[in-house]
Design a protein around this ligand. Structure first.
Ligand SMILES: Nc1nc2c(ncn2[C@@H]2O[C@H](COP(=O)(O)OP(=O)(O)OP(=O)(O)O)[C@@H](O)[C@H]2O)c(=O)[nH]1
Ligand SMILES: [Mg+2]
Length: 456
């Protein structure tokens, strides 16, 4: 039902100076004419021109507004659009909205304006998804990433790869359909060359995808360690506020504490946990169980140790656990006399950064931040500007495409018949089409737009 007219409140809900109502569809202008009286009696509504006047119903004034009519097809949805700028605040907007609904417009579903932009061919699917990312971006980097995607940087890359595949497919089909014709045969070597190019393109996309995903979704970091080593002190120092209770009593933190943090543009979900130890205390026991769950779920661990204590067996168990995970070692309390077995630590964490801190005075906290940034970017900060892939759905599609092209390469190496090779090539093409929306199923499209906010 693309030709009905939809309406929604497009500004954020709550009190504000202005509240914006947007209509899209064929009847937008005629509905506007029924409810709006321009102050100068104008009723022509030139394209993209603002008019000042009153929204009236049964000769009662509902609000004093500004309106603009934008004619299809050069609009966000490629349909006729009308925007009404009311006084901000719930009553005014609600009254005008109700009035429009009575005149026959339908309340828009979440994301329906952008969905129309997609269905009418103004945006491809990855660009439409970028619109949502722009709105929900929490960091500058996240915003820039989404903006590039909206501009079509990812679509362009995907199209380039798809075109390479289409060329091979076209050639394969001619060879399959007209075997007797004297068409220049595609040699297996030539096919292989094209496939290898595609494979390289896809691998490069995937190489930077993890960073992209982190910039978009945030990275989950857990602070883990024995009781009383200074985990909550670390959380507070990173947040620059006294968020968690810090005492000299071992077992102070019993529940997990989760906060959002932004280090050099990287969005982070940081989680302080209960110190891990064997305990008979019922509450603490549950806390320790949760700490272990968080440990498993986290993308990265900040492992805190107390440099002024000798290592216990429990410490050593934890060290073994942590050494298998992406982690940064925070050697805390270096203001006190050092008693820890450094050799054991260094040999257990040969390839890890070990940061010395005295969190009592927030000494070393900048080094911890830098270590996090380095780990996220794998020591390669410049690559943070090359991310094209960031959305898990897109990453999944590229992975599938890579599998297919590898299968196609193998079939080529085995000198399989052309139609065999074509099947894998088609699979690859189809996987890539899911990103831009050419080959995506309807219910997935629905699900994607369902995540949008109302009025977008
Ligand atoms: N001397 C010294 N004391 C510190 C340092 N960092 C933290 N402390 C103290 O160590 C004690 C424990 O700190 P917390 O941050 O509560 O430790 P925690 O790991 O969260 O402890 P639990 O929540 O019990 O697991 C507090 O008394 C802190 O003031 C440090 O660098 N040097
Ligand atoms: Mg604590």
């Amino acid at each position: 039902m693309l030709n009905d007219t939809i309406v929604a409140i497009s500004s954020a809900v709550g009190e504000g100076a202005i509240g914006i109502i947007r209509m899209s569809g064929e009847d937008s202008l005629s509905i506007l004419k029924k409810i709006f009286k321009s102050s100068n009696g104008d009723s022509l509504y030139k394209n993209r021109q603002m008019y000042y006047g009153l929204i009236e119903k049964n000769e009662t004034v509902l609000d004093e507004v500004m309106v603009v009519y934008m004619g299809a097809p050069k609009t966000y949805t490629k349909e006729d659009i009308v925007e009404i700028y009311c006084h901000g605040g719930i009553i005014s907007i609600k009254r005008v909205l109700d009035c429009i609904l009575e005149e026959g417009a339908r309340m828009a579903e979440p994301g329906e304006f952008t969905q129309r932009a997609f269905l009418n061919g103004r945006l491809d699917l990855s660009q439409a998804e970028a619109v949502m990312d722009l709105i929900s971006a929490k960091t500058e980097k996240g915003f820039d990433l989404a903006y590039n995607q909206l501009e079509g940087s990812l679509s362009f890359k995907i199209d380039t790869i798809r075109n390479k595949l289409l060329k091979v497919i076209a050639h394969l089909e001619v060879c399959i359909d007209y075997p007797e014709e004297d068409i220049e045969e595609l040699t297996y070597d030539e096919i292989k060359k094209s496939f290898n190019e595609v494979k390289d393109d896809l691998s490069i996309l995937l190489k930077n995808a993890d960073n992209g995903r982190i910039i978009r979704e945030g990275i989950k970091i857990a602070i883990i360690g024995k009781p009383n080593v200074g985990k909550s002190s670390l959380l507070n120092a990173l947040l620059k506020e006294a968020r968690a209770i810090v005492t000299d009593i071992a077992g102070t933190t019993r529940d997990i504490i989760e906060e959002h943090l932004n280090i050099q543009g990287i969005p982070i979900r940081i989680i302080d946990t209960a110190g891990i130890r064997k305990t008979e205390d019922q509450i603490e026991k549950i806390g320790v169980e949760r700490s272990k769950e968080i440990f498993n779920e986290a993308d990265m661990i900040l492992f805190v140790l107390n440099a002024s204590e000798v290592l216990s067996d429990e410490d050593k168990e934890l060290i073994d656990l942590v050494s298998n995970k992406k982690s940064i070692i925070v050697m805390n309390k270096i203001d006190l006399e050092s008693k820890i077995e450094w050799q054991h630590i260094e040999s257990s964490f040969e390839d890890r950064s070990i940061i010395k801190t005295s969190l009592l005075n927030e000494d070393g906290i900048l080094n911890v931040e830098q270590a996090i940034v380095d780990m996220v970017y794998d020591g390669d900060l410049t690559s943070s500007n090359n991310q094209l892939l960031s959305n898990s759905r897109h990453i999944q599609a590229v992975k599938q495409a890579l599998n297919s092209i590898e299968a196609a390469l193998k079939a080529t190496a085995d000198l399989m018949p052309y139609d065999f090779i074509e099947v894998d090539t088609m699979d690859c093409l189809e996987s890539l089409g899911k990103i831009t929306g050419e080959t995506v199923e309807g219910d997935i499209v629905k699900q994607i737009f369902g995540q949008f906010c109302l009025g977008k």
